[in-house]
Design a protein around this ligand. Sequence first.
Ligand code: ADP
Length: 169
Amino acid sequence: APRSASKPRIFLPHLVASLEVEETYIMVKPDGVQRGLVGEIISRFEKKGFKLTGLKLFECPKELAQEHYKDLQSKPFFPKLIEYITSGPVVCMAWEGVGVVASARKLIGSTNPLQAEPGTIRGDLAVQTGRNIVHGSDSPENGKREVALWFKEGELCQWTPSLEPWLVE
Ligand code: ADP
């Protein structure tokens, strides 16, 4: 039998790295802040070679958490999720780079930290879905939407890292 008949393939568009310069919204959730993992998490994106364009420590209002996670409104865990995200300060970040959306999702690892590969942030540093320490946008569209939702214009910084020629051709 042809291979396609015996072995169905799953195509995950959001995990295919793009060659476009994109932006993504990354957030250290309250458990990551409380556990002292802010530096470790920022460091992983820095070392990879992405560009930080926004950064703040922030106490998230309930309405903003609800807007951010509005696609999950109907899920049974939604109220607990909102309680979790508003339970303490979060660290909001905007990152920019070639294929940053899918690449950041790979660095972060699966939603359930027990299924996340070792080497990923969640795989190395977390154990439970409801305490998975970090958020990353799941599409370029949501990257734009979420950066605009969490940051005001003047809070973002456009700059050219001097190392850029050593990271991108
Ligand atoms: P991701 O953050 O990996 O994109 P989702 O968008 O599916 O995952 O969910 C958003 C967040 O909601 C998760 O990161 C997690 O904090 C929480 N969450 C998702 N599923 C569950 C669940 N079954 N129980 C508790 N919390 C959940």
